[in-house]
Design a protein around this ligand. Structure first.
Ligand code: CMP
Length: 146
């Protein structure tokens, strides 16, 4: 299988792109590039500019969210926050197993999302889930302090 076919097969199994037809998935592949990282390597670093978003194709990475680690595996995406907000990276994401990912550069991502609102909606849903998870953690912490 060539690289595009492998990428398309992986995207088809990614919840963010669920329901998109082949043409739309191929659109992603025209803007995305394959990248790999070894265990221990930082994929994005806290404070860096948001130059791209990543979609995990395989392996595992971890986000350091204030001393707690959030695991990212096939189908998960990350790095969208700095791109969408035009602000520095919120957290460091590090490979913990060999990582294969798709990298979508910031400029292409904005244009892609404007053309594919379905995907933008999927990203919003994931962001809300993340917000709720952080809020729950904060509530637990505040509950413990009081
Ligand atoms: P960004 O800030 O661009 O780079 C670090 C990424 O880690 C961030 O985008 C999100 O994709 C991800 N991230 C940040 N905070 C959390 C969290 N609490 N849970 C899961 N992922 C997160």
């Amino acid at each position: 299988m060539d690289e595009v076919t492998v990428g398309l097969a992986a995207l088809e199994r990614t919840p963010l792109f669920a329901g998109l037809d082949r043409q739309h998935l191929e659109d992603v592949m025209t803007v995305a590039g394959r990248v790999s990282y070894g265990p221990g390597e930082a994929i994005v670093e806290r404070g860096d500019p948001g130059d791209a978003m990543y979609i995990m194709l395989g392996g595992a990475a971890e986000v350091d969210v204030g001393g707690r680690y959030h695991r990212l595996e096939r189908g998960n995406f990350f790095g969208e926050m700095a791109v969408l907000a035009g602000k520095p990276r919120e957290a460091t994401v590090r490979a913990v197993e060999p990582v294969e990912a798709l990298r979508i550069p910031a400029d292409e991502l904005q244009a892609y999302l404007l053309d594919h609102p379905h995907v933008a909606l999927g990203m919003l849903k994931s962001l809300v889930e993340r917000l709720r998870e952080v809020q729950d953690r904060l509530d637990t912490w505040i509950g413990g302090v009081w």
